[in-house]
Ligand binder design. Structure first.
Ligand SMILES: NC(=O)c1ccc[n+]([C@@H]2O[C@H](COP(=O)([O-])OP(=O)(O)OC[C@H]3O[C@@H](n4cnc5c(N)ncnc54)[C@H](OP(=O)(O)O)[C@@H]3O)[C@@H](O)[C@H]2O)c1
Length: 248
């Protein structure tokens, strides 16, 4: 497990901005090496790598569109070549293309499903074999409260995020005896570019319905990721970090 000097290799998809950058920073400690994956914005990824290194950690940025299996193969080849196997996989990258179902085009459906759900197939397919062999692995999938409650104009996003929960539970059953845990985190509304893109009246209306009366901050999700990464006896679970917005 890990690199020659026993550091864990942690892949954070979409690790360059928002929740992903907070996860990269939280996990970017001396005992880990972080792969900060990004798709379009290299500058953001380089900044996260720089910040991790400034704190004494190790990190590198690798571009790959995780909705494409061939890109993921290239990503994992580069990781294997430079660092070794992935010990902790954090499937965080995600997008929204909100529209009422009536108006939703097939392209908007497919892009969201491919990026938010099929990406987990792509990366997990490539990360899992060495985890099973090493009898250690952590897979943490960033789902959403919307995958539990549904969301107006979000049939594509809710389907993908609910799919991640079912995927994680099923895979957890298959991998538990090999020391590989699989869990999801369901964030509520977190103050990132994704949420800040909403019209302010919509956002204020959402905040008024959150019991703690504010948006979450990315580091609050990142702490949940750390907790799950350090837990051998939690698997097949969803950790809801949502300010009380949705209680199951
Ligand atoms: N913010 C929230 O309130 C909230 C709530 C619940 C769940 N979530 C989930 O949390 C995750 C992170 O959300 P966020 O708010 O931090 O989003 P964000 O600020 O928009 O950042 C998205 C990140 O994902 C990357 N990304 C997007 N598409 C990608 C692709 N095809 N391949 C590789 N990387 C890709 C982006 O990289 P580039 O910039 O290079 O494109 C960026 O690093 C998502 O899965 C989201 O659905 C967010």
């Amino acid at each position: 497990m890990g690199t020659k000097d026993n550091k864990k290799v942690i892949l954070v998809t979409g690790g360059s901005r928002g929740i992903g950058s907070a996860i990269s920073m939280e996990m970017g400690t001396i005992e880990n090496i972080i792969v900060v994956n990004y798709n379009h914005n290299k500058d953001h990824a380089d900044k996260v790598v720089y910040d991790i290194k400034s704190n004494g950690g190790q990190a590198l940025a690798i571009q790959a569109n995780i909705s494409l299996l061939d890109d993921c193969k290239r990503l994992f080849e580069e990781i294997h070549e430079k660092l070794g196997n992935v010990d902790v996989l954090i499937n965080n990258a995600g997008i929204t293309r909100d529209k009422s179902f009536k108006k939703m085009e097939l392209e908007e459906w497919n892009t969201v499903i491919d990026t938010n759900l099929s990406s987990a197939y792509n990366t997990t397919k490539l990360a899992l074999p060495s985890m099973l062999e090493n009898k250690f692995g952590r897979i943490i999938n960033i789902s959403s409260v919307i995958g539990q409650s549904g969301g107006f104009g979000q049939t594509n996003y809710a389907a993908a995020k609910a799919g991640l929960i079912g995927f994680s539970k099923s895979l957890a059953l298959e991998t538990a005896k090999y020391g590989v845990t699989v869990n999801t985190i369901c964030p509520g509304f977190i103050g990132t570019d994704m949420v800040n893109a909403m019209p302010s009246e919509v956002l204020n209306n959402i905040i008024s319905k959150i019991p703690v009366n504010r948006l979450g901050i990315p580091s609050e999700i990142a702490k949940g990721v750390r907790y799950l990464s350090e837990s051998a006896y939690i698997t097949g679970q969803s950790l809801n970090i949502n300010g009380g917005l949705y209680m199951i």
